[in-house]
Design a protein around this ligand. Structure first.
Ligand SMILES: O=c1ccn([C@H]2C[C@H](O)[C@@H](COP(=O)(O)O)O2)c(=O)[nH]1
Ligand SMILES: [Zn+2]
Length: 186
């Protein structure tokens, strides 16, 4: 807010390097990759939980993105999104493809060996198996809200055995705001 009364050059000095004019408040790589994962989650139709994942190569290229959704060709208007029906066939779990699985399947490179996966949620045991088999070496997760569930304990057991590192995402930022309106002309 304090920059509002400054002219463009003064704004540069405030937000940037006074020698070169380079911007200082650009997104860090990690914030960028996690933000892509979280933004992707917003594509999910799951009313209870939206999960996104973003796979990044060693040279910091995004090579796969995914979110939780129904399999290709299976209308997400016809399959259930609920989870407390008595019959397993009427619950989403039998059908939904997890974000991590979709990110791996959507890869735009030959493989994802030695990549890092940024994910909104600690991967379940089924995704853990896919992650391990795909050659991904590192997991950066935002939430560990299911940490006491057997599925997550199994994931961690497999990651530990396979030598795959995992760590919780940390950032100086608490939010990233995306403005979808045209900036006002100056
Ligand atoms: O590793 C994971 C775990 C879960 N998901 C997806 C699968 C479902 O669509 C939701 C979880 O629904 P709840 O109602 O919270 O059980 O999240 C995933 O994509 N990746
Ligand atoms: Zn999963």
């Amino acid at each position: 807010m304090e920059n509002l009364s400054l002219n463009n050059e003064e704004v540069l000095f405030n937000n940037g390097n006074s020698q070169t004019g380079k911007r200082n408040d650009y997104l860090e790589w990690e914030d960028y990759f996690m933000a892509v994962a979280i933004l992707s989650a917003q594509r999910s139709k799951d009313p209870a939980k939206q999960v996104g994942a973003c796979i990044v190569s060693e040279d910091k290229k995004i090579v796969g993105i995914g979110y939780n959704g129904m399999p290709n060709g299976c209308s997400d208007d016809e399959l259930p999104w609920v989870k407390n029906q008595a019959d397993e066939l009427d619950n989403k779990f039998a059908y939904v493809c997890h974000a991590e699985m979709n990110a791996i399947m959507n890869k735009n490179t030959y493989d994802v060996k030695d990549c890092t996966i940024y994910t909104a949620l600690f991967p379940c045991n089924e995704c853990a198996k896919l992650i391990i088999q795909s050659g991904i070496r590192q997991i950066v997760y935002l939430s560990d809200e299911n940490k006491n569930k057997k599925s997550i304990l199994a994931s961690k057991r497999m990651f530990n055995l396979a030598g795959i590192s995992y760590r919780q995402f940390e950032s100086k930022r608490s939010e990233i705001v995306i403005n979808l309106r045209q900036p006002e002309a100056h």
